[in-house]
Design a protein around this ligand. Structure first.
Ligand SMILES: Cc1cc2nc3c(=O)[nH]c(=O)nc-3n(C[C@H](O)[C@H](O)[C@H](O)COP(=O)(O)OP(=O)(O)OC[C@H]3O[C@@H](n4cnc5c(N)ncnc54)[C@H](O)[C@@H]3O)c2cc1C
Length: 371
């Protein structure tokens, strides 16, 4: 039985996916209750696109570029997109505006409390609260709480600083997707810098690792400082506006409730090999017409080709995290901008997959094939 306008839909989690979903369902006339504290985290969200940006994301675009750069030690690589461009949006502003718009509509109930548990009941599910507030029954529940990751699961970890400086002062005229090897004194050189010119007077500088281990914030901040000091003598600390951070699962995850009720990152929207999630959430949003009261949300998966390539990549990452630099170096050197964008956004074909495999350091992959 499909979900009707008379059924009550509960959404747990007011993060990116919960808010985008609530926004869409409310606009279509469904009765929605959104549970959970406001998500005020800074979040600049990048993705590769070859088509118009969907709404509401299109109102929050900070920039888009048809070329982007990589740097490995002192070697620079420029990729140009013919059809694809790289776009970033201001996720925090979008989340805040959706929150405000939910207050103005009659078919949304907003409960600003975190939930304690979800139980099934005769007709649907029942949500109880950490505060002891009376539980709320709903006909159909969507859970977007962050999933549980296994201790062996690799992670993408990052800290990004929003810095008030003209991009030209640090030689940044386009997105720097990865700068491996400019992080100076660190013995552990698994970190790379991702940097974006956000406006004439503002940049994002982010230190990131792909690894099994989780590091202290100080590791990422030292890497940013050392990258900065190679580009300017200006004082970084004076120019920091705010920061963003995250630990994204790269690999198998387990939702906190039923898989059939899970959405967003919990519903598999995070691409295991990259941590990119926005594209996955946008695809999930296109399937809401297929949801049914009895069958729940159909399982979301990236393409079979992505699953195959990601499983090989993650095997290498788990066994030899320090090899990431070599892998990305080959991808930056050997792929066109469109091929790279299509590969990362799960819009690639066998020819591109074969090209990636051909470019990969062979000894590395053979070594890890049977481990
Ligand atoms: C800083 C940052 C930058 C990122 N950059 C990119 C990017 O450039 N491109 C990209 O594609 N992806 C990016 N990502 C990854 C991805 O887009 C995010 O992980 C995205 O936030 C996933 O959305 P979500 O709603 O599924 O999960 P979340 O954003 O984790 O939202 C889950 C929500 O559930 C809430 N919650 C938790 N427990 C409870 C509870 N008990 N009761 C009620 N609510 C609860 C949380 O407070 C949170 O608001 C980034 C992530 C972060 C954090």
């Amino acid at each position: 039985m499909t979900i009707s306008r008379d059924d009550s839909i509960g959404i747990v989690g007011a993060g990116l996916s919960g808010l985008l979903l609530a926004n869409q369902l409310i606009a279509r006339g469904y009765e929605v209750t959104l549970f959970g504290e406001k998500d005020n985290r800074n979040q600049i969200l990048g993705s590769w696109r070859n088509a118009a940006t969907p709404s509401p994301q299109k109102h929050y675009v900070l920039g888009n570029w048809y070329s982007w750069e990589f740097k490995f030690n002192n070697q620079k690589f420029l990729q140009k997109g013919a059809k694809y461009h790289y776009e970033v949006i201001d996720g925090k502003a979008m989340k805040s505006d959706i929150e405000n718009s939910l207050q103005r509509v009659s078919n949304c109930t907003r409960i600003l409390e975190n939930i304690a548990s979800i139980k099934r009941h005769d007709r649907g599910q029942e949500v109880s609260f950490e505060s002891g507030r009376q539980s709320v029954p709903v006909d159909f529940l969507v859970d977007t709480r962050p999933p549980i990751r296994a201790t062996s699961c690799c992670v993408q970890q990052f800290i990004g600083l929003y810095v008030n400086i003209a991009p030209s002062d640090i030689g940044l005229d386009k997105p720097l997707i990865m700068d491996y090897g400019s992080c100076g004194t660190e013995k552990d050189n698994s970190a790379f810098i991702y940097a974006l010119p956000l406006s004439n007077g503002r940049v994002l500088i982010e230190a990131t690792t792909f690894d099994v281990k989780v590091r202290n914030d100080s590791f990422f901040l030292r890497n940013i400082e050392s990258w900065w000091s190679l580009r300017t003598e200006q004082n970084l600390k004076d120019k920091i506006e705010c920061k963003e951070s995250g630990i994204l699962p790269m690999g198998k995850i387990k939702p906190r409730f039923n898989p059939e009720n899970s959405f967003g990152s919990a519903g598999g929207a995070t691409r295991p090999a990259t941590g990119y999630t926005l594209v996955g959430i946008e695809r999930q949003l296109q399937t809401t017409d297929l949801w049914t009261i009895s069958g729940g949300i159909p399982k979301f998966e990236f393409s079979k080709l992505s699953q195959f390539m990601d499983s090989k990549f993650l095997r290498v990452l788990r066994n030899e995290p320090s090899s990431m630099r070599e892998i990305f170096h080959e991808m930056a050197r050997g792929m066109t901008g469109d091929e790279f964008a299509r590969f990362l956004s799960d819009r690639f074909n066998l020819r591109i997959a074969a090209k990636v495999i051909y470019k990969m350091p062979k000894r590395l992959f053979l070594r890890n094939l049977f481990r």
